[in-house]
Design a protein around this ligand. Structure first.
Ligand SMILES: Cc1cc2nc3c(=O)[nH]c(=O)nc-3n(C[C@H](O)[C@H](O)[C@H](O)COP(=O)(O)O)c2cc1C
Ligand code: SF4
Length: 526
């Protein structure tokens, strides 16, 4: 049986376990894109923490492809030496390291380079994207740039490269029918949309040979209407398998407003079932493809990681945010402390990186965003008072990020907590399922109860827009929605639910909860 701590090989690359650090932009590269000491120190810490394979942050293959501030670059030979020490130190710890190579395409910070960004097709969507169409000669140059980036990576001592074809960057834009409207051999059929990626792979292989490790990160789904789908992902993986890719890392989403899900989702629940959000796509992949599969996205529990590997649903477990919070997580798990990763998936770590301070775990940054929600505390208090609802509004000095933390704060049991799971129907209407703190909801069942097509989970932005409350602190009444209450909630004398911010909770009896929602309650479970 396959095990998490098996020694394995991808192409010629020998790995000491099945844990991968997924590519993570640190915002700490030198202004010219060369590798800084701070980044080298971070990679060394991960290697000491027993990560088998480290994938660096995305490194731009040409200057017009830079997508983030203080991002790594690999566009010029003079940058090679800056990476060497980092690679050597990681190797000394027995870990392997590959360079993620990327072009941001339409998402490039072109203003930094004084140029206009390009994508597969010209696209103008307000506040999302404004790009021109890439020309055929620029496409040929792109292949050359990716190839030369791989050559530089090899010279720097990296064990391989990972082609970044996910998260709405250039190669994902080519794959996605939403971005790619081309009429030539790079647009239309899936074979055409995958052509650039296949040409890049072939170019790297012809320059560096079959023994150089080449991985790819693919979206399993863009979560954009008219975008790349799991079915197309399998077709692309089949083409890549034939072309000789060494492993595929499956991810999904983009951080663009038009995506229903970002690639780094803010946690919606603590439940193990909500981890590994591309699990279904992984199953589709495994039915057809034999190239090793690396799965990323929301994996937090040791038990789940173990199950995914032992049941051969995936070959490698890839983690990003858990290793920002705990670079030594794998070492901890290996030593037998198999408690869940401490990362709460709040995305606070993006705040310092975007502000130019460099990446670090910073849930407080997220909390200070939440402080702005204080006026809603007042709104809730008023709502309770004006509607004569018998409920207590409790405020705390400390924030509660999870049901578990909230349980500790009020010294109650998890049974006494309710959480609001926000869903959206096809017309964009909000449906709120009020369930016990540890429970999930079946979207299929809810669709059936309401006589509608299966609703989907609302994203944090939609929750904010439709309720006026931030995701995670949504109170169980006081806004326009269809409320569904689990009868198990009704068995309790009193329950606690989210207030206007993560600093507050509301204690209310289920009967009052019914009243507060003006009889709009439908029982989900029998
Ligand atoms: C701060 C930050 C930077 C990231 N940078 C990259 C990147 O450079 N390349 C990439 O492919 N994904 C990047 N990602 C996405 C992660 O690799 C990963 O796919 C995503 O966060 C889901 O995994 P997780 O739930 O384990 O965090 C980044 C994510 C975060 C939080
Ligand atoms: S800031 Fe939040 S998401 Fe980022 S590593 Fe820390 S706990 Fe995880």
């Amino acid at each position: 049986m396959k095990k998490l701590f098996d020694k394995t090989k991808i192409n010629q690359m020998e790995l000491k376990n099945r844990f991968v650090r997924s590519a993570t932009w640190e915002g700490l590269a030198n202004p010219d894109g060369s590798c800084s000491e701070k980044i080298a120190d971070m990679m060394l810490e991960l290697a000491k923490g027993q990560v088998g394979l480290i994938i660096t942050s995305h490194a731009y293959v040409s200057q017009c492809g830079q997508g983030s501030i203080r991002q790594l670059g690999i566009y010029d030979d003079r940058l090679i030496s800056s990476y060497k020490k980092m690679v050597e130190e990681v190797h000394k710890e027995g870990s392997k390291i590959v360079l993620q190579i990327s072009h941001a395409g339409a998402r490039a910070l072109a203003q930094l380079k004084d140029s206009e960004p390009f994508g597969p097709s010209s696209l103008k969507i307000k506040d999302v994207m404004n790009c021109r169409e890439i020309t055929t000669s620029e496409i040929l140059k792109m292949t050359e740039d990716f190839k030369m980036a791989a050559v530089k990576a090899k010279k720097a001592g990296f064990d391989g490269v990972q082609i970044h074809a996910a998260h709405g960057y250039l190669l994902n834009q080519f794959l996605s029918p939403f971005f790619n409207k081309r009429k030539d051999e790079y647009g239309g059929s899936i074979e055409n949309r995958a052509r650039l990626i296949l040409e890049i792979l072939q170019a790297i292989r012809s320059e560096l040979g079959r023994q150089f490790t080449v991985l790819i990160k693919l979206n399993s789904d863009d979560f954009i209407e008219g975008g790349f789908t799991p079915e197309e992902m399998v077709q692309v993986a089949e083409l890549l398998e034939v072309a000789g890719i060494d492993a595929v890392e499956l991810s999904g989403g983009t951080s663009l407003k038009i995506s229903n899900y970002s690639s780094s989702r803010v946690s919606e629940s603590d439940s193990k079932e909500d981890e590994a959000y591309y699990g279904d796509a992984a199953k589709l992949y495994k039915e057809k493809i034999s190239v090793p599969l690396i799965l990323v996205g929301g994996i937090r529990s040791y038990e789940l990681a173990k199950e995914l590997v032992e049941k051969e649903l995936v070959d490698y477990i890839s983690l990003c945010r858990p290793l920002i919070r705990e670079p030594d997580l794998i070492k901890r798990w290996q030593a037998g402390d198999i408690k869940k990763a401490r990362c709460i998936s709040c995305n606070g770590c993006f705040v310092p990186a975007r502000a130019g301070e460099g990446l670090y775990c910073n849930p407080v940054a997220r909390r200070s965003e939440l402080q702005r929600m204080d006026s809603y505390e007042e709104k809730i208090k008023k709502y309770i008072k004006n509607n004569h609802i018998k409920a207590e509004h409790l405020s705390f000095k400390t924030s509660c990020h999870s049901v578990e933390e909230a349980v500790q704060t009020v010294n109650a049991s998890i049974e006494d907590f309710v959480k609001n799971i926000c869903l959206i129907d096809k017309k964009g209407n909000l449906i709120v399922a009020i369930v016990k703190g540890e429970d999930r909801v079946s979207t299929k069942k809810i669709g059936k109860v309401l006589g509608i097509e299966r609703p989907r989970t609302a994203n944090p932005q939609e929750i904010l827009e439709k309720t006026g409350f931030i995701c995670g602190g949504v109170p169980s009444f006081g806004y326009q929605a269809t409320f569904l209450i689990d009868p198990k909630v009704m068995e309790k004398v009193a329950v606690y639910s989210g207030g206007g911010s993560e600093k507050s909770l509301i204690k209310i009896s289920p009967q009052e909860l019914l009243k507060a929602n003006q009889g709009q309650v439908i029982k989900v479970k029998k």
